[in-house]
Design a protein around this ligand. Structure first.
Ligand code: F0G
Length: 355
């Protein structure tokens, strides 16, 4: 039996990275595509959830990071930098440790989930908190990489998208063709661009017969692609996608239009409710930013969009353990109180407490 090798070795021939680049890998990718009875029942479609929280650092970012860090290392970089809402920085810090590089992280002060901050710190990153938002951090990361010998590994680095597009390959490999619809959250817009790249490449190679309709969802308080202009002060409890001026704006709009798809928004209330439902009905615990995709699919079903008879893939991008505070807030908001009963070490006491 062989172990999954990570996305570079599994798909090297299909990736535009310099020939002979040694892989810096934590064996990312190969994530579960889980059939959802709940969402299939609601839509009349076959709905699958692509669980990207199962990657080594708990988000889809590892796919792009193995590619970007491998190339940076091969080209001689000794340090790397990124702006982040938390997952990119967690991933970069881990791969930097693996590569023996020095990681520098720029994050918006007070707006990073605790789990993600802990990852960056424990993997040894130098973390700089910025009085500003993600968009300010990205401006600074770009500036630092222009002035100093430090590799920029945000998704403005095209190698990131090369790694991230492998998720589309995995889905098509598993289903035997591309799905009819693909639903995912959108923040800085790298991921929707990468999926579209991957789906088109597979279709052009004859690996698939069709292209999916892409359905992107932003948080209502951070929805520049929906309103058509940058949002100067983005706000949402889904801090992963709290972004006002996405770097891959044009690529995301191209993916939307070429696929005859849509980019719409969902409220924080919808996001937190979808997070609870997915956890309690399907057993998949995702972070709020990821639940925007599920919330979006539910919103479309409620609006009467017809999915009957089709195949739908919903990407959930990051693990629920990244941000337990917001998840428990969402649990309470659902009208339920967090049960934590204390009893003596006695069977009958436990039975009585359990009801
Ligand atoms: N979901 C999660 C969990 C994310 O962390 C991100 C982005 C997205 C969705 C949106 O993906 O930016 O490719 O459109 N997180 C970045 C970060 C910005 O810094 O971790 P996107």
């Amino acid at each position: 039996t062989r172990q999954w090798r990570g996305v570079i070795e599994e798909y090297r021939d299909l990736l535009e990275i310099p020939e002979g680049t040694p892989a810096v890998t934590l064996r990312e990718g190969g994530t579960p595509l889980v059939h959802s009875e709940w969402l299939s029942g609601l839509t009349g479609a076959e709905v699958f959830v692509k669980v990207e929280g199962s990657n080594p650092t708990g988000s889809f970012k590892d796919r792009g990071m193995t590619a970007a860090m491998s190339v940076a290392k091969f080209q001689g970089a000794q340090a790397c930098v990124c702006a982040s809402t938390g997952n990119t920085s967690a991933s970069m810090a881990a791969y930097a440790a693996k590569a023996g590089m020095k990681p520098l992280v720029l994050v918006p002060e007070g707006k990073i989930a605790a789990g993600k901050m802990a990852q960056a710190i424990v993997h040894g990153a130098q973390v700089i908190m910025v009085r500003g938002n993600f968009d300010d951090c990205l401006m600074m990361a770009r500036g630092l990489s222009e002035k100093y010998p430090v590799a920029l590994v945000n998704s403005v680095n095209p190698v990131r998208l090369e790694g991230q597009k492998t998720a589309a390959f995995e889905i098509a490999d598993f289903l035997g063709d591309a799905p009819d619809h693909h639903v995912l959250p959108v923040g800085n817009a790298g991921n929707i661009s990468a999926y579209w790249l991957g789906y088109r490449q597979y279709r052009d190679l004859g690996q698939t017969t069709r292209l999916p309709v892409m359905h992107g969802f932003q948080a209502a308080g951070a929805a520049p692609l929906v309103i058509g202009e940058p949002v100067p002060n983005p706000e949402t409890k889904a801090t992963a996608i709290r972004i006002g001026n996405p770097a891959s704006w044009d690529l995301a709009i191209a993916a939307r239009d070429q696929s005859r798809g849509s980019i719409a928004s969902v409220t924080d209330e919808q996001i937190l409710a979808a997070q609870q439902d997915l956890a309690q009905r399907d057993g998949v615990f995702v972070e709020p930013g990821s639940a925007a995709s599920v919330a979006g699919l539910l919103q479309e079903v409620a609006a009467g969009v017809e999915y009957r008879g089709s195949t739908v893939v919903v990407t959930v991008t990051g693990h629920g353990l990244k941000d337990t505070a917001t998840a428990l807030e969402g649990f309470s908001a659902g009208g339920r109180s967090v049960v934590d009963t204390v009893v003596d070490a006695d069977v009958d006491a436990a039975a009585e407490a359990a009801g």
